[in-house]
Design a binder for this molecule. Sequence first.
Ligand SMILES: Cc1cc2nc3c(=O)[nH]c(=O)nc-3n(C[C@H](O)[C@H](O)[C@H](O)COP(=O)(O)OP(=O)(O)OC[C@H]3O[C@@H](n4cnc5c(N)ncnc54)[C@H](O)[C@@H]3O)c2cc1C
Length: 490
Amino acid sequence: MEQVDVVVVGGRLAGCAVAAPLARAGRKVVVLDKMSFPSDQLSTHLLMPAGTSELSKLGALPRILALNPSKVRWTQVEAEGIACLERLRPADDGTDFGVCIPRDQQDVCLVEAARDQGADIRERSTFTSLVWRAGRVAGVRYTDAAGEEHELRGTLVVGADGRRSSVAAQVGAWHPYRLSRNGRGLVFRYVDDPLTGTRAAETYNQWRDGDSFAFAFPSAPEGKLLILIMGGRDEVSAARKDPEGYWQRKLGEHPSLARRIAGADPGTYTKIRSTGETPAFFRASSGPGWALAGDAGHFKDPVTGQGMRDAMWMGRTLAEHLLPVLDDPPAVDRATRTWEAGRDRHCLPAYHFANLDTRVERQSPALCELVRDAGRTTDADLTDLFGRARTLQEIAPLPRLARAAVAALVRGERPRTETVTRAVHEVRTELEIRRERYADRFRATRLVTGSDHPDAEWPAPPSPPKPRVLAPSTAAAPPQSAPILEEIPA
Ligand SMILES: Cc1cc2nc3c(=O)[nH]c(=O)nc-3n(C[C@H](O)[C@H](O)[C@H](O)COP(=O)(O)OP(=O)(O)OC[C@H]3O[C@@H](n4cnc5c(N)ncnc54)[C@H](O)[C@@H]3O)c2cc1C
């Protein structure tokens, strides 16, 4: 049995982000991950300047830059052919570019950076069960690569183990208190960028045509382009059945995407990958002796591309809450609860925005007019939304939203009834979102009409891994079934 300050389960964005500042401050922190790095993850991976800034705060940016990534400095949004090009607003520390690094290359940089700062990161180490003491989580048991079981005690156990968090399951927080179905699926591949060396290769593109979205992210190393298509989630099975047929069909639906990659060598195209399972959720994320950071506690539809930045933000801010109180367990529990409330306040606007964007429907006429309005200059405006510099509510206060709706009516590009109905619906949803933010309720379960899609299915929790029985010569055989929650008398 080993005693440390903090045990973190999961060693990617949230896990390394919570571990690095604690270790830097001289705290003993152990991070367990069942994988060995480099290790891939099914995810696209765009970070806007606020995300790059988190990499910098984590101490991982020098390693990331050594990968020679494209630096994303511009965003172009095109909705139904109306375009706006904006220079990205720098983050609070002056970081003025985004990056898009394949996960196997990115996550190992985080692991190495956290390790350099003193975090003890144990790869191929699988969390199996919690240790409880007097009603408080007091540590974990895990098995190492050889199948040997160990016990670690700590003042706090952080579950940074992703959406299918075993820590969440074992503290009784598996079922989200708020869950919203995703409408879109993700289909993506890498291509060699035919426009390397031009401003286009520094530009993150979004195309919103009909009810389908397409994106181009300049990736790493420089010269690679990640293309993501987000049609309806039911399209994922079509993409799996006939990947190239699907690809060609979507190029037809997104002519600006087809133009962007015209001349790319199809011989450089990678295999198409896809997923349709990305419901958004909030889980209870703090309790006696435990906290959930990153996707383990909150996930939003990847349509906004905010998950990695938020996972690092959650890890870093959790560490900042812990550092002043880490020797006082009741104060730690108060701090994690305060942190959870702040996380929800911070993430709620992006959650709602992602819910709005995951609806598979034609672009709102008012949104198209907002794009037109923002497109009058190249100053950061609408794209603050994707950069997390401002919320939708700050970018489009009700008078601006109303002006956009009126402009759509006057332009008359769609039947008047469609424009009016959509505008009324959007304003009503916006009012409800603003009311919810104003009410600022902890673990709010109130559903916002037009945003939350509550009929999502939720999977059963992961079953605890069975302890591996080792040959008698190597170690004594562990018990056949380890209890999930064990109460150890004080
Ligand atoms: C298809 C898709 C596309 C996305 N695109 C983007 C995007 O473009 N931009 C963006 O910012 N975000 C994107 N996201 C979101 C992003 O991937 C996540 O928000 C991010 O990975 C969360 O990081 P995390 O550290 O919380 O968890 P994870 O990255 O899930 O890491 C969890 C870690 O925990 C480990 N673990 C799990 N169980 C155990 C156990 N029992 N014992 C030990 N270790 C364990 C795992 O091995 C893993 O390494 C996307 C997500 C998806 C699904």
